[in-house]
Design a protein around this ligand. Structure first.
Ligand SMILES: [Zn+2]
Length: 171
């Protein structure tokens, strides 16, 4: 935040054009993608309308999100503490965010319960089970940690996302 000549706070500039979220399931780890598709099918069978709002997060989108409240703003303020996509499984094609197609994040509790149950049935981890609840978030399960360690970006830099997928048994 800059201070102008009168000592007042200068507003941050407007954000640049949005770098939109990638919803393409084809970019996810193969076994994770198959499990996510079964979760979506199970939810539809139960009468819900799930929609994937984010799959693989590119470094460009993470950088765009990190700029809010720091380099620019539109009223939403800081939206992420992570300067790179390295510290979220979204950055590796091993996490997705699923909301209700009609009510988005305002989905009723039954929707989230069904999402959690379907994810657990597939051996996946649901963000709604965490202390810091993240209801739409679903990620690959064991032997993967809850958040990537320093080994994950190293593996990716050496062998691409496939190397990370192999390490967690998601190929
Ligand atoms: Zn997520």
């Amino acid at each position: 935040m800059e201070v102008d000549e009168e000592g007042g706070l200068m507003a941050l500039p407007k954000p640049p054009r949005e770098i939109s979220a990638d919803r393409d399931l084809a970019k996810l780890a193969p076994r994770f993608r198959a499990a996510v598709e079964r979760v979506l099918a199970e939810m539809r069978r139960a009468g819900f309308q799930p929609a994937v709002v984010e799959a693989l997060r590119t470094p460009e989108r993470q950088e765009y999100l990190f700029g809010f409240g720091r380099s620019y703003d539109d009223g939403r303020g800081v939206v992420t503490q992570a300067s790179t996509a390295d510290w979220s499984w979204h950055g590796y094609g091993l996490a997705v965010d699923i909301v209700c197609a009609k009510r988005a994040w305002d989905a009723p509790p039954e929707f989230w319960r069904a999402l959690g149950a379907a994810a657990r049935d597939e051996g996946l981890v649901w963000g709604g089970d965490w202390k810091m609840r993240d209801l739409p978030h679903v990620q690959w399960g064991a032997p993967m940690r809850q958040a990537p360690s320093a080994r994950a970006p190293k593996l990716r830099d050496e062998g691409g996302l496939e190397a990370v997928w192999r390490a967690v048994g998601a190929v």
